[in-house]
Design a protein around this ligand. Structure first.
Ligand code: G3P
Length: 218
């Protein structure tokens, strides 16, 4: 399972990358705004900075919602760095744009996936990744994990190469469930990634080992 971090915060990206387990980064316009990154040039420059930290796919989202606009923006994003993945919303125009980029060999991440039908369409258009939003489905009392399971089955039935990128991860159990189901990638906050390492018995056990070592070496 690949681990992506879902943030535009450079310090968090560096910290996750330094752990040695980071495979890529996802961003979105809200995450960029949260870091105060505004204006076309600053946004493009920020993507380059992220690409310079992490050696893996970096999703950069288009703002346009029409086909021509998405193609124009996506091409400019793809030129920034070979690791850029053009992130495109799941709308009809977006499907056309994904098909266009797929034919040009430019990787895409189809975002805002909330149904199996959307995932099927994106795969048929040739999306590299699709991002089902697990946490946002859970937020509205809908089982996000069942959706990911259903998409896994559909993709396996037809050998679609599109990778399931479980997004909107909120906590470590989301990551563990996604791994059990067979999501190809998860993208989540640094807190959820770091929480995977935590167990009280590990802390107690380590304390005991160190105390015993100290006693024996007095
Ligand atoms: O990658 C999609 C993700 O950023 C959405 O997460 O927490 O805003 O639902 P969230």
């Amino acid at each position: 399972m690949k681990f992506f971090i879902d943030t535009a915060n450079l310090a968090e990206i560096r910290e996750a990358n330094d752990m040695g387990i980071l495979d890529g980064v996802t961003t979105n316009p809200s995450l960029m705004a949260k870091e105060g990154i505004t204006g076309a040039n600053n946004i493009l420059n920020h993507y380059v900075q992220i690409c310079n930290i992490v050696d893996g796919p970096v999703s950069a989202e288009v703002i346009a919602t029409d086909y021509e606009g998405m193609v124009r923006e996506g091409e400019a994003l793809a030129e920034l760095h070979p690791n850029i993945v053009v992130k495109i919303p799941m709308i009809t125009e977006g499907i056309k744009a994904i098909k266009y980029f797929s034919q040009k060999g430019i990787p895409t991440n189809c975002t805002l996936i909330f149904s199996a039908g959307q995932a099927l369409l994106a795969a048929k258009a040739g999306a590299t990744f699709i991002s089902p939003f697990l946490g946002r489905l859970d937020d509205v009392s809908t089982d996000g994990l069942s959706l990911i399971q259903q998409i896994r089955t559909i993709y396996d039935n037809y050998d679609f190469g599109t990778e399931i990128l479980a997004a909107s991860i909120r906590h470590p159990m989301h990551i563990i469930h996604c791994a059990s189901i067979g999501a190809d990638v998860m993208t989540g906050p640094l807190s959820a990634i770091k929480a995977l390492a935590k167990h009280p018995l590990t802390d107690i056990g380590l304390q005991q080992f160190l105390a015993d070592h100290a006693k024996g070496n007095k």
